[in-house]
Design a protein around this ligand. Sequence first.
Ligand SMILES: Nc1nc2c(c(=O)[nH]1)N[C@H]1C(S)=C(S)[C@@H](COP(=O)(O)O)O[C@H]1N2
Ligand SMILES: [Mo]
Length: 205
Amino acid sequence: MDEAHISHGFRSKRQTQAKDRVPPGQYVTADFPILSAGPTPQIKVSDWKLALQLGGSLLGVWTWEAFEALPQTTIKTDIHCVTKWSKLDTTWQGVTFDDLLKAVGLSGPPEPYVMAHCGGGYTTNIPLADLIGGKGMVATHYDGLPIAPAHGGPARLLVPHLYFWKSAKWLRRIRLMPTDERGFWESLGYHNYGDPWKEQRYDGD
Ligand SMILES: Nc1nc2c(c(=O)[nH]1)N[C@H]1C(S)=C(S)[C@@H](COP(=O)(O)O)O[C@H]1N2
Ligand SMILES: [Mo]
């Protein structure tokens, strides 16, 4: 066996191991911790609506039924909370940002930044580039079941390549914006972008 073949086999075996999938400073948990800055809003799907907003205009608004009729995507991914837990192989179903933008007739990114607005007043900001290209979705199901209220149901953002505070629970409104604005934790000293692989936990990291 030649050396190139051996080292390739070695590397691909290593990549399946947890330690290569866990960002610096994180530990793996089998639990699903609940982290919320306030009480859990109990939102009935019959009352739920999701709005997509560009400046002052409403690009789209979906009822639960209309949202469930959009193309559905299932993603299996790892998630990383800034409080240092990571959870591997979580399975989510929902609508990708690409499909959301398509649903309102947008073929390209209309504005470079997004603010997610939630029930309870929580907000978080994310560059649109980090949500399109299959990177982000509005998730409605976890592990094949509707997302539990404590975990953000009926619908939450899922942006797994950023710290999990960017994955806004109880999502109600997505606002596209021309300039960046800071959300809830970002205004309180957390990093504006939050890349777990670069340990961007706090401002200045
Ligand atoms: N609306 C809302 N979304 C939120 C939060 C919150 O307090 N309110 N907490 C964030 C944080 S800090 C984390 S780690 C994850 C936790 O999601 P979980 O409770 O499902 O684990 O949700 C994020 N989304
Ligand atoms: Mo978090």
